[in-house]
Design a protein around this ligand. Structure first.
Ligand SMILES: C[S@@+](CC[C@H](N)C(=O)[O-])C[C@H]1O[C@@H](n2cnc3c(N)ncnc32)[C@H](O)[C@@H]1O
Length: 290
């Protein structure tokens, strides 16, 4: 039985609109859809990222591309920071963070990672989780993180390794391309976004003048109770796949869904499956002489 799909994107930032370059190429469908699909995994990634990026009581922290606030809330749960400024391009997410932020430490605002609405050296630490691969000019976003962090402060970022470390996306896209050749361009663009390949984050941080730059891998498991738990949030959540899928003829959708289901089941009864996913993470220090 085919499920009903979201017929259209509620809001699409897009790479360009009427010829104007947009700061974000992230496709958003609202806070609940995001958390049901990717937010549940970014909540798992956040503690690992904070272990790597560090955090000190009393710090003023910036969360670049806060989304629905998963990193901001993890920061507050871990340490008595002075404040968290949470910035995102997507107004629906900013609204969601404002509604959820009850501890008085988190301030959420709409803004562009490439043109941060903050003064030079205003923060002790700037963190960005799963954002730079959606920013139209990630090098500029890294430069902005450096600008707003004080000398000797730290910036850190993490992105999924879409090509080599995201089997949940591979399962869908590789299956779809075998059935529908029109999926190839979408797959390639999705799995090989900027800042998701080995060394790319490190190079971007070094190019922006950070010192003591360190890159590592963070791994989380993505666990699903059954095929529906894998498929439904993915088709309702953010990303290019739901839009692409919804635009296909019924018959093609049915074939793709059946083939993805078979790949998920792998010859066993429907039920729990678990995938390892890998994120790249980088951190760097702002040098004394800016
Ligand atoms: C995958 S979500 C990550 C959200 C959150 N950090 C998390 O880990 O749950 C990517 C976020 O980046 C934001 N984003 C993309 N481009 C941006 C830009 N130029 N400026 C600010 N936010 C941006 C999107 O709106 C979206 O909320």
């Amino acid at each position: 039985m085919m499920m009903a799909y979201w017929p259209a994107i509620v809001r699409r930032n897009g790479l360009s609109e009427g010829g104007v370059r947009m700061p974000s190429n992230f496709v958003a469908r609202g806070a609940e859809a995001y958390d049901g699909y990717m937010g549940r995994w970014s909540q798992r990634l956040a503690p690992l990222f904070l272990d790597f990026a560090g955090l000190v009581a009393g710090e003023r922290v910036l969360d670049v591309g806060c989304g629905t606030g998963n990193l901001s809330f993890a920061i507050c749960a871990r340490e008595e920071v002075a404040s968290v400024e949470a910035v995102d391009f997507e107004p629906l997410f900013v609204e969601a963070v404002r509604e959820r932020a009850t501890n008085g430490k988190i301030t959420a605002r709409q803004g562009d990672a490439c043109d941060l609405p903050f003064a030079d050296g205003q923060f002790d630490r700037a963190l960005s989780m799963l954002v730079l691969h959606f920013v139209s000019d990630p090098q500029q976003a890294v430069a902005e993180m450096r600008r707003v962090v004080r000398a000797d402060g730290m910036a850190a970022a993490t992105t999924w390794d879409g090509f080599g470390g995201m089997p949940i996306l591979r399962l869908f896209w590789d299956t779809a391309t075998a059935i529908e050749p029109g999926a190839v361009t979408r797959r390639d663009a999705t799995l090989l976004r900027a800042m998701t390949q080995p060394g790319e984050l490190r190079e971007a941080f070094e190019r922006s003048g950070f010192v003591h730059v360190t890159e590592t891998m963070l791994t989380v498991r993505m666990d699903f109770t059954d095929f529906d738990d894998y498929w439904r949030p993915m088709m309702a959540g953010q990303g290019t796949h739901p839009e692409f899928f919804a635009g296909l003829p019924d018959q093609t959708r049915e074939r793709i869904e059946a083939a993805v289901r078979a790949a998920y089941l792998c010859g066993r009864p429907d039920g729990r499956r678990s995938f390892v996913s890998v994120a790249w993470a980088v951190r760097g220090i702002v040098p004394e002489a800016k």
